[in-house]
Design a protein around this ligand. Structure first.
Ligand code: SF4
Length: 336
């Protein structure tokens, strides 16, 4: 496989609170290949957004990246100055946030916000940047872009605002696009349009993409690789077909069991994962999922689970998967 465009190794992002240390991301590792889509999936509070903000170096106090490496091409992102990082953000790495209303400045026109981004990163003249802004707005499907440059964010619908944010994120044709739940604040019909647009643009630019979502339907439609997070840690990682056909980690199995499938009968009940995820403030040793896990064993409360390269092709972090692999196969861990 070629050199990854992004490599994250042992990332730990912690928040020092009065009540203890919140380990929002605690030892995360993954790679992103050029032109591929990695979906990071998990429940609220699993550390998905903090992972994205860590890559962009947007963590604010009391949060801090306390350990790990983030390498973009051959650049160590954690060693860059803030000025160097500003140059990289929006230029080589573009980010699309959850809420298009709060991500745009309400007192500047849409045109000013796109044009300023282009000028800041490319040194283009105002006239060139304006022409590029129109081109980008057309590319993301905003009708009559010339006339809309002087509109303010509140004059756009939620879906159109998200298209503007996508236009800003891709203005410099970044190597990596990070989209953090980009459709959460939108109507269902608009969600599908925005996801299709993101997919088309990602393919057109050949960018790699990290798509953060809690929606497994989105994952199955968009992902090449999937990283499942729980309570700040990776629990399973692999290519999308492997994860959907042969989920090995009990949490991944639970997530997949909780969505409707086309071949489900009307009578079949949707299963849910009982309980709630723990808040990882000074977490005790062992597996964070143990109180909700149907396969939990004594060791799960005593030792952190090991990383296991499974025979089915994924990496799972689980004592039961380790025992299962030692026993010679997917067995109890395989999809029903
Ligand atoms: Fe369940 Fe134990 Fe695996 Fe955690 S390590 S998911 S508790 S079997």
């Amino acid at each position: 496989m070629s050199e990854p465009v992004l490599s994250v190794r042992g990332l730990k992002t912690h928040f020092r609170l009065r009540t203890g240390t919140l380990k929002a991301v605690d030892g995360l590792s993954f790679e992103l290949q050029a032109g591929r889509v990695l979906c990071i999936v998990g429940e609220s509070g699993s550390g998905k957004s903090v992972t994205a903000q860590s890559i962009m170096r947007l963590i604010e106090l009391p949060g801090r990246i306390v350990d790990g490496d983030i390498t973009f091409r051959d650049q160590d992102l954690l060693a860059l100055t803030e000025h160097e990082m500003e140059d990289l953000r929006g230029n080589r790495i573009g980010m699309i946030f959850q809420d298009p209303m709060t991500s745009l400045n309400p007192v500047f026109t849409i045109g000013e916000q796109i044009v300023e981004t282009i000028i800041a990163h490319t040194g283009a003249s105002r006239e060139q940047a304006r022409a590029r802004a129109v081109e980008l707005m057309r590319l993301v499907g905003i009708p009559e872009p010339e006339g809309r440059l002087s509109d303010y964010p509140h004059q756009f619908s939620g879906g159109m605002r998200q298209r503007v944010l996508i236009a800003i994120a891709i203005a410099c044709e970044p190597d990596i696009l990070i989209a953090d739940e980009p459709t959460t604040a939108l109507d269902v019909t608009i969600q599908a349009q925005i996801l299709r647009l993101l997919s088309d643009i990602q393919k057109k630019l050949g960018s790699a993409m990290i798509l953060i979502t809690h929606d497994l339907g989105v994952v199955s439609a968009m992902a090449d690789e999937v990283l499942v997070m729980y309570s700040g840690r990776m629990v399973e990682y692999g290519d999308v077909k492997t994860i959907f056909r042969n989920p090995r980690h009990p949490y991944t199995l639970g997530l997949l069991d909780s969505i409707i499938k086309l071949d489900d009968s009307r009578e079949s009940e949707l299963r849910s994962i009982s309980g709630l995820p723990p808040i990882p403030i000074d977490p005790p040793p062992g597996c964070a999922f143990r109180d909700r896990c149907v396969k939990a064993m004594d060791i799960c409360g005593e030792q952190d689970p090991p990383w296991i390269e499974t025979a089915t092709g994924s990496t799972a972090v689980c004592h039961a998967v380790e025992a299962d692999e030692a026993g010679g196969g997917p067995g109890a861990g395989a999809a029903p």
